[in-house]
Design a protein around this ligand. Sequence first.
Ligand code: NAG
Ligand code: NAG
Ligand code: NAG
Ligand code: NAG
Ligand code: NAG
Ligand code: NAG
Ligand code: NAG
Ligand code: NAG
Ligand code: NAG
Ligand code: NAG
Length: 744
Amino acid sequence: MGISLAVVLVKLTLLTALLEATARIAAAQSKPGCQSQCGDVSIPYPFGTGNDCNISENFFIRCNTASVPNKAFLTTSEIEVVHISLDGQLSVLSSASYDCYSSSGRNSYSISGSPFQIPVNNTRNKFTAIGCDTLAVVRGASEEYATGCLSLCMELADVINGSCSGIGCCQTAIPKGVRGYNITLGSYLNHSNVLADNPCSYAFVAEHTAYNFSNSDLGGYDLQKKQFPVILDWTIGSNTNCSEAKEDKNNFACKENSNCVDSEISSGSYTCKCFEGFEGNPYLSNGCQDIDECQTLEPKPCNMTCHNFPGSYNCSCPEGFQGDGWNNGTGCSRPINKRSLTNIVLGSSIGFSAMLLGITLLYLILKQRQIAKLKEKYFQQNGGNLLQEKLSQREGCGEKVKVFAAEELKKATNNYHESRILGQGGQGTVFKGILPDNRMVAIKKSRIGDHSQVEPFINEISVLYQINHRNVVKLLGCCLETPVPLLVYEYVTNGSLFDHMHNVAGASFLPWEARLRIATETAEALSYLHSAASIPIIHRDIKLANILLDEHYTAKVSDFGASRLIPSDQAQVTTIIQGTFGYLDPEYMHTGQLTEKSDVYSFGVVLMELLTGQKAVCFERSEDKKVLAMYFVSLMKEDRLLEIVDPRVLNDGNLEHLKEVAALAWKCVRMKGEERPSMKEVAHELAGLQAMEKHPWGKSNLHAEEAEYLLGKLCNSYDNGVSSSSVGYDSINNQVTFELEGAR
Ligand SMILES: *[C@@H]1O[C@H](CO)[C@@H](O)[C@H](O)[C@H]1NC(C)=O
Ligand SMILES: *[C@@H]1O[C@H](CO)[C@@H](O)[C@H](O)[C@H]1NC(C)=O
Ligand SMILES: *[C@@H]1O[C@H](CO)[C@@H](O)[C@H](O)[C@H]1NC(C)=O
Ligand SMILES: *[C@@H]1O[C@H](CO)[C@@H](O)[C@H](O)[C@H]1NC(C)=O
Ligand SMILES: *[C@@H]1O[C@H](CO)[C@@H](O)[C@H](O)[C@H]1NC(C)=O
Ligand SMILES: *[C@@H]1O[C@H](CO)[C@@H](O)[C@H](O)[C@H]1NC(C)=O
Ligand SMILES: *[C@@H]1O[C@H](CO)[C@@H](O)[C@H](O)[C@H]1NC(C)=O
Ligand SMILES: *[C@@H]1O[C@H](CO)[C@@H](O)[C@H](O)[C@H]1NC(C)=O
Ligand SMILES: *[C@@H]1O[C@H](CO)[C@@H](O)[C@H](O)[C@H]1NC(C)=O
Ligand SMILES: *[C@@H]1O[C@H](CO)[C@@H](O)[C@H](O)[C@H]1NC(C)=O
């Protein structure tokens, strides 16, 4: 009885000590004598509530004691704070904006009055929109930034829980440097086809883990009441960077044992961070305390003696032991007599060597067999049989596809070295290769472990195998003996149209005449695919990045991974919608009806981009391309085309011709496929215009600054409920493939 009581007492004492230690750290986070908690929110200095508890006005927390539990608000705003972290971020609550089509109204939510920014590192927050006919735009408060996304669906059954890829739910990153935002909700199809069980559109900004899409959210009104956490970045100072702030000793926020870090988000401000090996609040005197690694690290780093000192620690062995003292090193051990050790090693090593030799030989033989087997396995797995089957069906068309050996291509690309990467796309990586005969080739390697990529590869081989057109990239061969299949193409030297339109390093400016010629060549290639080949081929993924330019700036259409062969005058209904979102024919997206006119739509978007050039960079993200098409058409209707035409081609091209090309682009992106011209008509019209164009190559009268100015103005100015963005995005992620259940 006495003993167990003693144990309990010891336990209690330990517990109290522990609690005290925790309390000391927690209390140390706010300024001494200041309230450290408001409801569930801890308030570390430089934040504070009450007199002289905050470092400056921006860091004042208003604690509303009228509610239970108490609620914390940012300065004088209505923005509720739910968490403050000393690493420079805080979490606030936001509501969803909604727009209910029938009666129950609209609400446009905005965050404003925040002194802090939504971080540039926009992986933390995402803009999400939910609905079946929803165009949602988020706009920065003071900065002229906007972005948006589009969500459509025909039936709730099409919607996939957890997937925000444009059906029922869409998601996009937040433009940088935003302090507050406004959300605008609109309709894409004019609410003409709204489902009864989707009464509202919703849009909100939230930390990306805070919301998982569920199709039940399309159905109800629940999201109107929901609140989501948004991460904001906070920094100290205005117009003072670290080097300046350090000069002003009295007001410098970073105390002992801490570093000052210049903010990447808002220049002229900073944050503080405890030195390595210290922890605590760097904004308070003695806030950063040494971490006693000997006590806290688990598992214990030292084998015997651990020595803690400010900022670090080390391990050693006591007298009479040898070793470095580290458990991840040699530890500590008693020295072994040297002579006996040598004998053991010598004695065993002779027999051992012989054995080793035998094992190595056996291993090598087995390995050789294994490699051969593996190659065969890869060949099958990579669709070797499928290919043989496909090719045998079409005996006698085109040249034979050469089959390359795996080693040959490995050597050609310097073992797929990073420096050889030409580009990365939805289907894999393209490397530059140099064959033993010094011929340059492009080698496409699909993503490792992604066997869904095999079919597109085989598809591409069988399509390209039968095409021979000067404006279509040539397939030289393939290799199927590797873990992932490889395709070998002719090397096209001058990059893609995307590089040239986006000023990617090394890409030159394309004058109007060149753009018109490239457009004509692309149209001719597509027209050939649609009508001249024995079975019509629909490319399905026409976009700037898939139009390559050779040394004479001749267009070469590439990337046939998504292409389809379709028996003439017979539309095909596909259950898998494929392509790049911004370029996707909306009619095809809705019905799954694949016709040549889908390529015409995508080509129309390309034409618009050729006309708008640098200005289209505002619409860089693929979702924005839809908006570009809408915006372009709305300007055309009002005869305000010049506002969006690339200023550098305005001087260069004949204005009447520009307008004719614009009118053609407009026809190509008509909603109804049957109203769009055929690729043959498009090619014919472009060829006619090209013949009339007289201007010399390379002429450009407008100065760069002037162009830049006009460009900046456009990116910031348009205001028709459409969006723009100047943030760089990963175009790979914009590749969409989704399934239409029971496609009509
Ligand atoms: C703390 O915030 C309040 C309210 O904005 C402000 O009046 C006060 O000056 C701030 N304290 C300091 C030290 O700046
Ligand atoms: C951006 O955020 C991610 C995830 O939070 C993080 O891993 C990454 O280090 C951050 N990058 C920068 C530059 O802050
Ligand atoms: C949001 O829009 C409203 C009305 O259009 C405007 O008054 C307000 O200033 C905007 N707020 C922000 C943060 O842009
Ligand atoms: C949208 O609907 C309105 C009224 O229902 C109609 O007047 C307008 O023409 C429609 N617009 C489009 C582009 O269909
Ligand atoms: C969303 O799903 C992830 C992974 O399944 C989970 O970790 C997270 O807690 C979920 N978030 C919410 C708000 O349910
Ligand atoms: C999606 O999730 C909701 C609830 O989270 C559930 O009611 C619904 O059945 C799920 N739908 C599918 C297609 O899994
Ligand atoms: C800090 O600001 C001053 C004046 O604005 C500038 O001269 C200096 O280069 C800046 N230092 C850093 C590290 O950015
Ligand atoms: C460990 O650190 C202490 C204090 O800095 C020093 O005296 C000692 O020599 C160090 N030992 C080793 C093995 O580095
Ligand atoms: C052992 O771990 C320490 C601390 O993580 C590290 O500094 C040291 O380099 C490691 N030593 C070895 C031999 O890996
Ligand atoms: C110390 O190192 C020795 C030898 O590496 C090992 O056997 C022993 O378990 C280690 N002791 C501790 C406490 O980790």
